[in-house]
Design a protein around this ligand. Sequence first.
Ligand code: SF4
Length: 76
Amino acid sequence: MATGNCNNHPPAVFFPSDGVGVEVAKKICETCPVAGPCLEYALSQRIDHGVWGGTSERQRRRILRARRAEVPSTVG
Ligand code: SF4
């Protein structure tokens, strides 16, 4: 995060309360040099609040669901 674009913005920008705010934050993340690691961090830590790595809370839930679906089940 120290080298991320969010360094130049107040933290509250990345914890928006509406859809417009989410889009503003995602726009900032778009050109961030550490967007990939930022997203993976948020996914691995199961951070559900805020915009991380250019994704909304809903998008990260979708990514996690899709990844879980890709992992073959060992139960059975
Ligand atoms: S991807 Fe977004 S939230 Fe993550 S470090 Fe970059 S600007 Fe900050």
